[in-house]
Design a protein around this ligand. Sequence first.
Ligand code: ADP
Ligand code: MG
Length: 276
Amino acid sequence: MTNTLTTDTARLPMLLTQLRLPTIARLWQALTETADRESWPAAKTLAALMEHEIAERARRRTARHLLEARLPVGKTLDRFDFTAVTSISKARVTALAEGDSWLDQGTNILLFGPPGVGKSHLAAALGHAMVDAGYRVLFTRTTDLVQQLQTARQELKLASAIEKLDKYHLLVLDDLSYVQKSQAETSVIFELISARYERRSILITANQPFGAWDAIFPDPAMTVAAIDRLVHHSIILEMNTDSYRRKSAEMKLRRKPIGPTAKTTLNEPSPTTVVS
Ligand code: ADP
Ligand code: MG
């Protein structure tokens, strides 16, 4: 009997490798020692080992998803100061970060506001929260994605390029307003919006709400159709406030010893402090 047991145990590392259970392979010795010492029922030991494997898998999957999401580093919700943006309700954003039904329903989020108010930060923060919740996210500058899709179109691979983006439950298109109609064939965005309509979510940040969108899409009918699809199931957050960038630059200036020069700069922020 003892002999059989020893033989089985000796084969365990190989069996666990074959079954691709690296966490159990790493933990089984320590855990079974504890189980023997504390006379755990066999089922409890088995369950504990499985739980460890599952938890480690989830952790590694999230780490992989975080890497592929290309989210800007450090732009999380806990670093977002809601008191600086009174037009946004912290409770509403927290509910979006903690609830995933909007993603399951393919709901879009549209974040509008002038430069520097925290649109990209908030978009990234929601992306982070969704990755933590087990979803797949891609954060990209809209102009980068447009360029990529245009290349795909030239190679007659637009449909498959758009299909590949389907694996992302959430696509964050940062700075839609920077896309110019002059960039040939920006209608690739329209095709992307149409393909994801009512299935997969898009989060868009833009400086202007809709009014200036005819600069992006080649013809007015397409502009209307794109807005229509985006807005149909969407949550619109307007961030009408002063630039956080400028405010924090001014705060830094305020902390400096106030001399005549510093005072002048305070009242009239130099162009370099108002980067958008
Ligand atoms: P936008 O995308 O609207 O131009 P950003 O999200 O890039 O603005 O914000 C500019 C900078 O200010 C970033 O470093 C961002 O982290 C920071 N910031 C903006 N708003 C806030 C806020 N409410 N709380 C904390 N940091 C903020
Ligand atoms: Mg931005």
